[in-house]
Design a protein around this ligand. Structure first.
Ligand code: C2E
Ligand code: MG
Ligand code: MG
Ligand code: MG
Length: 291
């Protein structure tokens, strides 16, 4: 009966909750070893330009190969690292690895930008600028090739010093982007004051645009907003040609997602970048009307 199913449902979800919290504690306990014990690894996902018709950059994404639990997603462990004060050492590792691997790629003649995700906690810890500077020096990567991605949570924190740190990154010559834009509630007034050059539109905006005219209209206004503020807009999570076509019509010039490429190991990047097929991209974006 429905009632019995309901009861089972409740019990099952109770068990699921217990299992979930056991997994969390396990991951939290094992995380320090992951960082020091070589269990973290980076993969890189391409970003393409519709005007340039090639891969313009890659984003570094961290993975944890847990010896017993298998691959653990950053969505699961970044939060734990933030809670346990491990985020700064974790981010240092990511920065060092990503810039070193990328400098090698650049030395092999690929003109690509590198995106690295950063936690707001790292900004709050006041050592992000120093850590970025050190990683750039050690790797020899030119600052203009490094894009630091921060999420909307910087918008929630009305600490002026965070904005100053972001401005310092720009002053170093790095690009700063606002990641997952539109996923939470951003204050638009605050956005205008943020020292960021790139808006990465959350994939929630992109999914369904090929069939939903209102969704497409919304994406169009985000792209216009970016243009008004002088920011480049990257669409995240582009999976199909149809989505890319709509984005192209709306004037979006930068696409990231499975259509452009899945994240791959650094060793496989040259083949992915050189073998990229521009036919998956929409035609060049229409020239915006002069206002
Ligand atoms: P993000 O920065 O927004 O990264 C994009 C996420 O979307 C990645 O998930 C990527 O694999 C996934 N993705 C890309 N294209 C597609 C697509 O076409 N369809 C779908 N369904 N998904 C797509 P991933 O690698 O699991 O990372 C999740 C989040 O974890 C990232 O979101 C980022 O916020 C965070 N993260 C990853 N690496 C790091 C890191 O080194 N440091 C910090 N602080 N956060 C990280
Ligand atoms: Mg990102
Ligand atoms: Mg994102
Ligand atoms: Mg995202």
């Amino acid at each position: 009966t429905v009632k019995a199913q309901g009861k089972n449902g409740v019990r099952a979800s109770g068990e699921a909750l217990v299992a979930e919290s056991a997994r969390r504690s396990r991951l939290a306990r094992d995380l320090p070893t992951a960082i020091t014990g070589g269990q973290l690894r980076l993969v890189f996902q391409p970003v393409a330009g519709t005007a340039e018709r090639r891969v313009l950059g890659v984003e570094a994404l961290v993975r944890w190969d847990h010896p017993e639990l298998g691959v653990v997603s950053p969505e699961e462990f970044i939060g734990l690292a933030e809670e346990d004060g491990l985020i700064v050492p974790l981010q240092r590792w990511v920065l060092e690895q990503a810039t070193t691997a990328h400098a090698r790629l650049v030395a092999c003649g690929r003109d690509l930008k590198l995106g690295v995700n950063m936690s707001v906690r790292h900004l709050q810890a006041r050592c992000l600028v120093a850590d970025v500077t050190r990683a750039l020096q050690r790797s020899g990567l030119p600052p203009r090739m490094l894009m630091i991605e921060v999420t909307e949570s910087v918008l929630m924190d009305d600490d002026e010093r965070l904005l100053a740190e972001l401005a310092e990154l720009s002053a170093l010559g790095c690009i700063v982007s606002l990641d997952d834009f539109g996923k939470g509630w951003s204050s638009l007034a605050y956005l205008a004051r943020l020292p960021v050059q790139v808006l990465k539109m959350d994939r929630g905006f992109v999914s369904g645009i090929e069939t939903d005219p209102r969704g497409a209209a919304l994406v169009g206004s985000v792209i216009d907003l970016g243009r008004t503020l002088g920011m480049d807009v990257v669409a995240e999570g582009v999976e199909t040609r149809e989505q890319a076509e709509v984005l192209g019509r709306l004037g979006c010039r930068f696409l990231q997602g499975w259509l452009v490429g899945r994240p791959v190991a650094a060793a496989d990047l040259p083949a992915v970048v050189d073998g990229f097929d521009p036919a998956v991209l929409p035609g060049p974006a229409p020239v915006p009307l002069a206002v």
